[in-house]
Design a protein around this ligand. Structure first.
Ligand code: CA
Length: 222
């Protein structure tokens, strides 16, 4: 999962980036409203964390513009403590959730996971697909027999994205866009390597290759 963090308080945004990265997210940072609007419109984020008080263009305006352009990416706004009107204005502008500063990173991660799951799978329980259950807390996956498979950061990000889109043909470039942040060396051939590693761990049949098109995780949806 790839998220955009829009925050002009640099120490805070760096901290959020580090913490979210540890939780298995690919993270891009921007520190002003103009870049935020551009990145949010151009890059396929799975969620956006948006501060409202931003230089160059206010967060509310950025959010309204995305929604006017039918951009439905889940957005969590960061509001000032006790500023109830910011929350109301945020929801009116199209926010999906809010978090008042200062917040605990655990709460941000929990809200982010719920929001992404709700938007992508309509299921807010644990992610379970084709006999596998994703263990987000430990960045691992468990099969029906209870066997635990540890995953590296990239394997986890890749598998989580595939498990939220079961039965769908996922091209290498789409997977690359959702697994890596903007500044990573995004060579889509590397995806092949990670697919191979996941197959070695979980069995060949769990990810099918659709020649010339991409990969399909799990069984096709009925
Ligand atoms: Ca700010």
């Amino acid at each position: 999962m790839r998220v955009l963090v829009v925050e002009d308080d640099l120490p805070l945004s760096q901290q959020i980036k580090r913490d979210l990265h540890k939780e298995g997210f690919a993270v891009d940072l921007v520190d002003n409203g103009v870049d935020a609007e551009y990145m949010g419109a151009e890059e396929p984020y799975d969620a956006i964390i948006l501060d409202l008080g931003l230089p160059q263009r206010p967060g509310l305006e950025v959010l309204s513009h995305w929604r006017e352009q039918e951009n439905k990416v889940p957005v969590i706004i960061l509001t000032a403590r006790d500023a109830w009107h910011e929350k109301v204005d945020g929801f009116k502008a199209g926010a999906d959730d809010y978090l008042a500063k200062p917040f605990h990173i655990e709460e941000l991660v929990a809200r982010l996971n719920v929001l992404i799951r709700r938007s992508q799978t309509q299921d807010i329980g644990s992610l379970r697909v084709s006999g596998l259950k994703l263990d987000e807390a430990h960045q691992a996956v468990v099969d029906n027999s209870g066997t635990h498979f540890e995953l590296t950061g990239t394997e986890f990000r890749l598998l989580r994205y595939m498990m939220t889109h079961p039965g769908v043909v996922l091209s290498k470039s789409r997977l690359t866009e959702h697994v890596y942040d903007y500044n990573s060396d995004r060579d889509s051939n590397v995806i092949e390597v990670y697919i191979k590693r996941l197959r070695n761990k979980l069995g060949n049949e769990i990810i099918k290759t659709k020649r010339g098109q991409g990969y399909i995780f799990g069984k096709p949806s009925p």
